[in-house]
Ligand binder design. Structure first.
Ligand code: GLA
Length: 726
């Protein structure tokens, strides 16, 4: 039984294969958090300590006992207004203007299978693989009822948390802040690992000690953002890739979020993940509900590498959906860096022809094929094919491309409208704008109010008309600005940011239902919406608009802490690179792009014969390794932020094959040798290097490593494929 409840002392225990999670309803009905970590067997309420603490208030229920305070006790779902002065998971503004919600236990229920969240993405599992615990809490005065949802995936070592807030009272209340998960630790010193960045430089790793005060990351941009990813690791200060305790929290949401980490006055730690409280004031009239998006949690006592593996498996098997979840993905050539806006039908066809010669499966026609779209200042919202520019209909173009033996994919950006567009001229009120104010532009475009069903319906119809024009097998869904003017004509003001995201999900869900055979790739100026919410709809995401191989090493390293390689789209592009001006050889570019879903972003006609041969070979090799990359276990072998080489490896599920990739980042006179220590091999098995034929014991490669060649050139890459000897 993954979920246990002891009636006598009202303790809940959630057990997975290697972890335990415990909480307790105390004598007054408060829900206290007791423990999360490696498997334990007893009741952990002995960890609770009570002392008279000055300036920490006591609930009236405890009478004269000054030792019982919500300010000190670990909470399962801390609320504002009951004497806990630390960060709150929930802030409710009552009809009388007070900010208080005194939540007490009123009941619980255990269910088979994993709960779902209508309209929101969430982890799914077969009914035999998961259990759900619902705990009901209520504030007697306002009638606010909170359901804490716990999904327990025993074998996967995953616990998910979500919260539904419902107004059972007779007056309206407003939700001012709502998290879906809180972890309170009574002991321990922790670091917080988070992933910050910017456009074309996403998900850099930052590791900071959680000190006194609050350390917060989040987004107010309407999307999860390039700047902070909605994912954090709480790690024991000594934890490394393969040692030590660590916890992961991953928010399954693509909009504004807030993660707060705090060490309190008694050196206890609280970390929370949930909705951003800025730009959010969610009114609930009597009878109305709000579902807070889910947080996925896992724990590892074997370091951060194991934690990543648990999240990779969870995303691959319990979050991504559809026909492409387990299928090999097409190697595609995207027209963006090959032609930008300057193309016609002939250009696309030419690209398709050279694509076929190289063994690439698909051509994607990126931005510029619709409306008046000669640059990025106009045309968004006018989803009709610019046949004049293409020189033919879309159907004809697709047929010609298919005639070359190449599949066809297309770019769209449904959430946007250009002021210079027919759509905006007709429906200026469809864009998010604050009345009486000029809107803030981003890439010279405005954001359509996707919180409104009528706006979504119209765009959906237009997009369907495009997708029905021939055999389109792939769609790149883009979103190219942050949202500023949060105001909707129809949706209640404080709800817009949340309802917008739900609107995007609704659109995507309808698209997937109608076109189950189309592979949809997520994108937001590269990796501005690379999150678990999008992965529920799009099994792969364009990782970054930066295609420079060296920068990509860091971006992909940061991405790998939570997201599996099967979700990370990575393309080989031309040199000098368009974002950095750097030139890196084709082999290194290919090695880096093979750390995810391989693709190309260049004009093949500009390649030398030698480079073309190298691309053909890359694709051949990639295809022979694709399953191991997509399904195998991924290991980070070095940290490219601090070590002279970047190294990572994939090991097949049966551990009979491995691919080690290394890129040398530094070159100095009389250069030192880098020894790359491997992971995940069978210690006593012998592995043969496919290329050199040399044989090694797994243990030898893991304990002592393999020396990398010293070559006098910049950024050489090495790929070593190992096959287990039988
Ligand atoms: C975004 C994407 C790019 C490309 C352009 C087109 O920046 O990330 O890959 O599609 O938009 O405008």
């Amino acid at each position: 039984m993954a979920i246990g409840y002891q009636r006598e002392n009202r303790i809940f225990t959630l057990d997975t294969a290697h972890t335990s999670y415990q909480m307790k309803v105390d004598d007054f009905g408060f829900l206290l958090h007791l423990y999360y970590g490696g498997r334990v067997y007893g009741n952990m309420d002995y960890l609770l300590t009570c002392y008279d603490r000055g300036f920490s208030g006591n609930p009236s229920d405890v009478g004269n006992d000054r030792t019982y305070s919500m300010d000190v006790l670990p909470q399962e779902y801390p609320v504002m207004g009951v004497g806990d002065f630390r960060n709150s998971a929930l802030v409710i503004r009552n009809a009388d203007g007070s900010d208080c919600c005194d939540l007490r236990y009123v009941g619980h229920e255990t269910k088979k299978g994993k709960y779902r969240l209508p309209g929101l993405p969430a982890v799914y599992a077969d009914s035999g693989e998961a259990q759900t615990l619902e705990i009901y809490l209520e504030d007697k005065v306002s009638g606010v009822r909170v359901t804490l949802l716990y999904g327990v995936l025993e074998e996967a070592d995953i616990i998910t948390r979500s919260v539904v807030i419902e107004n059972h009272g007779d007056k309206s209340v407003t939700v001012e802040k709502a998290a879906s998960a809180c972890l309170d630790f009574v002991t321990g010193r922790f670091d917080l690992l988070s992933f910050y960045g910017r456009h074309t430089m996403e998900r850099n790793l930052q590791r900071e000690e959680i000190g006194h005060g609050t350390y917060a990351i989040g987004s107010r941009r309407g999307t999860s953002s390039h700047q902070y990813n909605p994912a954090v690791i709480v790690a024991d200060r000594r934890a490394t890739e393969d040692m030590g305790n660590c916890y992961g929290m991953l928010f399954v949401y693509s909009g504004n979020f807030l993660c707060e980490a705090e060490r309190d006055q008694y050196d206890q730690t609280r970390v929370m993940m949930g909705l951003q409280s800025d730009l959010f004031h969610y009114p609930l009239v009597p009878g109305e509900k709000l579902a807070v998006p889910e947080t996925i949690m896992s724990y590892s006592d074997q370091g951060i590498g194991m934690l990543s593996a648990r999240f990779h498996d969870c995303i691959r098997e319990h979050l991504c959906r559809g026909k492409f979840r387990d299928a090999s993905r097409p190697v595609l050539l995207n027209s963006w860096e090959a032609a930008y806006f300057t193309f016609d039908g002939e250009t696309i066809l030419k690209l398709a022809k050279s694509t076929a010669e190289l063994g690439i499966d698909m051509i994607v026609m990126d931005d510029g094929w619709f409306g008046k779209r000669e640059d990025d200042n106009s045309g968004l919202g006018d989803w009709h094919v610019n046949e004049k520019k293409l020189g033919c209909t879309l159907r004809e173009l697709i047929e010609k491309v298919n005639g070359e033996g190449v599949k066809f994919g297309i770019w769209i950006e449904p959430e946007m409208v250009s002021e210079d567009s027919e759509l905006y001229r007709k429906h200026p009120d469809w864009a998010l704008r604050i009345p009486g104010r000029e809107p803030v532009r981003g890439r010279n475009q405005l954001v359509l109010d996707f919180s409104r069903a009528d706006v979504r319906d119209y765009i959906f119809e237009q997009i369907c008309k495009i997708l029905d024009q021939g055999k389109i097998e792939y769609v790149k869904w883009d979103m190219n600005r942050s949202i500023v003017d949060v105001f909707s004509g129809e949706t209640e003001q404080g709800k817009v940011t949340y309802q917008y995201v739900l609107g995007v999900y609704d659109f995507l869900e309808r698209m997937l239902q109608r076109y189950p055979d189309i592979l949809v790739e997520g994108c937001s100026g590269g990796g501005g919406r690379f999150d678990a919410g999008m992965l529920y709809y799009t099994p792969q995401i364009w990782c970054s608009d930066n295609t420079d191989a060296l920068d990509r090493l860091r971006i992909q390293y940061g991405t790998s802490f939570f997201y599996p390689a099967s979700t990370v789209c990575s393309h080989v592009s031309a040199v000098p690179n368009h974002q950095t001006g750097r030139s890196v050889c084709m082999h290194t570019r290919g090695t880096v792009a093979m750390a995810g879903v391989l693709g190309y972003e260049l004009d093949p006609e500009k390649l030398t014969e030698e480079e073309k041969a190298a691309v053909r070979e890359q694709i051949r090799q990639y295809k022979s390794r694709e399953e191991m990359i997509r399904r195998g276990r991924y290991y980070r072998l070095t940290n490219p932020f601090s070590e002279p080489c970047a190294a990572w490896m994939f090991v097949s599920e049966k551990r009979d094959r491995a691919l080690i990739s290394v890129v040398m980042l530094e070159m100095h006179g009389n250069m030192t040798v880098s020894y790359v220590r491997m992971r995940g091999l069978e210690a006593e098995s012998v592995y043969r290097d496919k290329e050199s034929g040399k044989c090694y014991y797994g243990a030898d490669l893991m304990e002592a490593g393999l020396p990398m060649p010293v070559e006098q050139k910049e950024y050489p890459a090495y790929q070593i494929e190992l096959i287990k000897e039988t």
